[in-house]
Every structure is written in structure tokens, then in C-alpha cells.
Design a protein around this ligand. Sequence first.
Ligand code: APR
Ligand code: PHB
Length: 393
Amino acid sequence: MNKKTQVGIVGAGPSGLLLSHLLHLEGIDSVVLEARSRKYVEERVRAGVLEQGTVDLLCNTGLGDRLRREGLEHHGIELRFDGRGHRIALSDLTDGRSIWIYGQREVVKDLINTRLVSDGTIHFEVDDVSLTGVDSSSPALSYRKDGTDHNLECDFITGCDGFHGVSRESIPAGVLRTYHHVYPFGWLGILAAVAPSTEELIYAYHDRGFALHSLRSPEISRLYIQVDPDEDINNWPDDRIWEELSVRMATDDGWKLRTGPVLEKGIAPMRSFVVEPMQYGRLFLAGDAAHIVPATGAKGLNLAVHDVHKLSRALTAWYRRGSDEPLKQYSANCLDRVWRVQDFSSFMSLMLHRFSGDDGFKTRLQRAQLKYVCRSEAAARSLAENYVGLPHV
Ligand code: APR
Ligand code: PHB
């Protein structure tokens, strides 16, 4: 069965769904092809920090109601080490910009609901998506749905299918430059049915390893500990996780970590990954399909949003004014921000994680960095403007 659309989108994560939404607002038709079920996509536990630009874009495009109602606006984060907490006053340091805590799964639910209410086309549980003709003016997507083969003719294809997707692999060998750094640690994350023990995020540096106390709502906490990259989750019963979190986040003034039922837990590797360019012919990559950042900087979702905002404006210029220049510049316009975010995410990761085999040199540099950020307004401002995300940074 042959069909046609203006923009074929592979992947119904935040990148693909937001792109489809932004194109719809410009009167541009798209079809989203997703390998997994709607339930799976909506229930995946992922990140939870929205930087100012992401919140502004969602609110300015009709996606802010539940975010504003249920999200939590934060104006600072805490760096905790040597038994003491040091607040980084994000908003004071960035002329009032803030971050919002609102789970990625909630963003995805809002996007799916909004697209379907607007009669958007999202095909879930499709198999064998394949891209053809991406170097021609008539690319196409073939796929199978409910046992029937389909062919979707497109003007453009956007690869929003994440790190393990097919789009990037559709670009001929030798075209892409790939940059890939795997960190010597992973994150064990839990979602717990317990009220957060803190008002703001706590990034803890400890001899036993990094720990992070984030949150999802007044009733749900999200916490992480640094583990070996090949650690087996079965070695971590809930009690051991809570104990390790308590040790790594302990303070001299007796701060207590509330514990409770663990709803979900898992281990994720930490890597930095970028492909250049982020486009080939009529194929454009966005989000995790083009880059991965270590979660320490809370940037993955926000960088994806930045990509698709640029891409939606470039596609609009092509359809509205017949101008192909923004599309030609898409990759260059994104990569400037991608590498800024890679640098910040690497800075946070190298400052806060313990590295086995260190002879003490690295830990001394880390402490010097932590103390500098906590004592110097200039250093704190640099961290703050990267964390909240500034348009010009
Ligand atoms: N065919 C169809 N869909 C696919 C295929 C395929 N071959 N391969 C992957 N997908 C789907 C996945 O099932 C997933 O739903 O593409 C989607 C990609 O979504 P994400 O991995 O969430 O990537 P992205 O939308 O760019 O969002 C980036 O997600 O992983 C986090 O930390 C990351 O917060 C960041 C955000
Ligand atoms: C989260 O809430 O999931 C989260 C917050 C901050 C990070 C990473 C993850 O740096």
C-alpha cells in the first residue's frame, strides 16, 4: 500500500513527536513510524529536567497546561561534598531563568495526546522500517504494520529513532564522522514512591561514588548512584541501594534520606556520542539519533528539543518560501549547540564521578573544581548558564 506525506518521521520519542507537532502548527503534514507500542513509549522512565528554552517552546506551542500545573519549577541545585551542601542559585545567576522538573514520559504523553487530538498520524508497533532514496528528491519509508507491507513516499525523512535506530545506519559508509567516548561508569537509577528528601536536586560527590537526588512529584523521587558500567542490577537489592544513597549523600548536620518502595530500577551506561554531519540528502537526524550525552548535565531531552526546533523552522522555510538554505545549514546550526552541551555534560561528569585507579591527582583536581564553583560567582554563573541553557551559549 503506497501513501505519501511531506515529512516522514522515524521514532515517536520526544524528538519525533515534537517535530510532528511543530510541523503541524505550520500546516506541514507528517507521519510518525514507531517500533514500540504506545504503552511502552509512554511508560519509559527517562530524564526529568526541562531547561528554560524547552519550557518556553512547549508553553508557546500549546503544550504547557499540564506542565505548568504538575511540573515543579526550580531555581537552584545543590552540590554536596565533604558532608556539606553548596547551593548554586541558578535563577539569581541567569537573570531569572529556571528549570522545570517534569518527567520525559509526561512530555511524551502530552505530545501523543496533542497529535492524536489534531488527527496526527502515528503508527505504533511497526516493523522493518527501511529508508530508500534519501539522496534523491523522492525518499521513501517502507515498513510493515499488522502483517501488511507499506511504502510511504516523502519529501523529507527525519531520523528521530534514537541511538539504536535505523536512520543513521541508512547513510552510506564514509559520509559520517563519528565521535564516541564511553565513560568508565554507569548510573543505577530508581523511581521510588516516597516524598523527596530535598526541595532541589542534589549532586553528591563522594569517595564511594557519585549520587544524585532528583524528583518527579511531591510523592515520587528519582535517584541515581554511580556504578561500574557492567554492574548487574541483581547485585543491588533495594535495601543496598538506599543504604548506598544514604552514605553518599550524608551531611555533617544529620540530613536524612527518606526511603520507600522502589517502583522501577535499572542501570544505564554513560557515553558521549556525536555524528557529523546530522544530515545526508533529504535525511535529517535529530535527538539521540545524532548525539548522546552523559546524563550528569541533564541535557539529553533539551538538546533533542533544540534540534527539532531548528529542523521544524528549516522545513517551514522550504515549504513556505522555497528556501533551502536553512536546511543546508541545519547540521552546522545544531552542532554548535551539540558540542557546547557535550562539553558541559563532560565537565559535570568529570567533576562529580570517582575514577578507579586514580592516584589521588584526579580527586584533587575534582575537589579544586568543586570548591571553585562553590566559592566563585564567575564559576557558578558558568555552570548555571549552561545548566538552565542560554540561547547564545
Ligand atoms: N523503527 C521505528 N522506531 C524506532 C526504530 C525503528 N527501527 N528504532 C528506534 N525507534 C524508536 C524507539 O522505540 C523510540 O521510541 O525511536 C524512538 C527514539 O526515541 P528516544 O530514544 O527517546 O530518542 P529521542 O526522541 O531523540 O529523545 C531523546 O530520550 O533517550 C532519551 O536521554 C534521551 O532524553 C533524551 C531523549
Ligand atoms: C532526572 O531527574 O532524571 C535527572 C535529573 C538531573 C540529571 C539527570 C537526570 O542530571
